[in-house]
Design a protein around this ligand. Sequence first.
Ligand SMILES: NC(=O)c1ccc[n+]([C@@H]2O[C@H](COP(=O)([O-])OP(=O)(O)OC[C@H]3O[C@@H](n4cnc5c(N)ncnc54)[C@H](O)[C@@H]3O)[C@@H](O)[C@H]2O)c1
Length: 324
Amino acid sequence: MRILITGGAGFIGSHLAETCLERGDEVYIIDDLSTGTLDNIDHLKADNYKDKLFVTIDTVLNTDKMTELVGICDVVYHLAAAVGVQYIIDNPLTSIITNVGGTECVLQMCDKFKKKVLIASTSEVYGKHDHAPLVETDDSVYGPSIKSRWSYAASKLIDEFTALAYHKTKKLDLRIVRLFNTVGPRQTERYGMVLPRFVTQALKNDPITVYGDGKQTRTFTHVKNVIQGLLKLMESPQANGEVVNIGGVEEVSIFALAEKIKEKIGSSSEIKLIPYDVAYPKEFEDMQRRVPSTKKLASLIGEVPTLTLDEIIRDVISYYKSLS
Ligand SMILES: NC(=O)c1ccc[n+]([C@@H]2O[C@H](COP(=O)([O-])OP(=O)(O)OC[C@H]3O[C@@H](n4cnc5c(N)ncnc54)[C@H](O)[C@@H]3O)[C@@H](O)[C@H]2O)c1
């Protein structure tokens, strides 16, 4: 099968590319390297996949290039996006253009060539809830548009609306996947992702910087489990036209996460609380909890993420150790 992965030089995209190559697919990647890097996929070229991996450095907003790539591929995983709270705050306009315009371009091309597509969305679309678990039919609750942090959630929500409209009006075969904090080897700490940031700080014995009071909780999902979920949802006819959570359910406070990482590394780092208005622009808002319901995922593919937080942390630590 010929697979197109937008954002394939990114963290999740590179793992998806690797798994598809391992099972014998031809993989086409388009990535503008804004947050991704060729370092994530260089080893694949070396691993005898050089005749099966085709990389285009370009933007998904380039309709000519997208026409060519969607035209030759059988299915499309649309992962390209402006990602990460810090990146969105620093690049508010590019983020909206990429996330809204890029997804529209992908959907248009998939409709033109009648190609099956998976759209990566995010748990951020739920917004400011503090109940758990979050079910796919829950409301989206956001702050005002002057708080640019919400633009990521809102742009991904527009992607979902647009995709569902394509499904309804054009019968486009698609699935929308809401990913909860996905972590694992190759995730960069540069754009504000909490777990790799804590690991790099702890390895250097620098202060581990916890934003807010650290009582906010999150769940984490190993990228391996996410990839299996994406592949199975793509293959599931019942997932056509559906919005589905993929996420782990082991809830941990951010402070406890910092303590766990410090202990596992044997680090001498102090854990330092940084008020939100120091870490982010004034009036930053955060969610207190973000735990997925995985019932729908289980009913569609018969499995849910299995790797534990300890296993996830262990893999991230050994990845960062291998870099030094
Ligand atoms: N990692 C997570 O915890 C998480 C959580 C929720 C949702 N997601 C979603 O999963 C997808 C992949 O995220 P990731 O964590 O791998 O991040 P990432 O930043 O590593 O990957 C995104 C990739 O898209 C590329 N890209 C950005 N704009 C582009 C454009 N205009 N044209 C072509 N390529 C472009 C980047 O260079 C990067 O390689 C995104 O859609 C993101 O919103 C991720």
